[in-house]
Design a binder for this molecule. Sequence first.
Ligand SMILES: [Fe+2]
Length: 160
Amino acid sequence: MHKTRIDLPEDSRRQLAELLNGRLADAIDLRLAAKHAHWNVKGPHFMSLHEFFDRLAAALDAPIDEIAERITAIGGTAGGTAATVARRTSLEPYPADIVSGTDHVEALARTVAAFGRDVRQAIGQSGQLGDEGTADLFTGLSQEVDKQLWLLEAHQQAAN
Ligand SMILES: [Fe+2]
């Protein structure tokens, strides 16, 4: 951990940085999955899904930067290399060979739901480590992830 005047014990900062780095890797992994879907989706609703998946990826840009810079603000190192992300992500590998819009919506919904669960858990974990600032960051992100899951699931739900 780097030196800082922040009034959080080093051990708490280390655990917070580890928690934040885990969710950072997940967010980058999810963003890449959304881009992969944006590039490779085919089928009857191509254009709308192509654009929708790109907006999902874009919605993660600001949160990714916020998580990374929270890590550095508390004296940690933000893991942004491909190798680090691949090692730290907790998400299931995104299926590389699917093509149809339905399959991509389902795969992304599964991935976003798993990410959303871990982000929600991170709110309480940050609070327990005495860092309401990080808890607040995760609270905002949790709302955004829930919204993205709604947008994905709305593609799958008929009127009932
Ligand atoms: Fe594009």
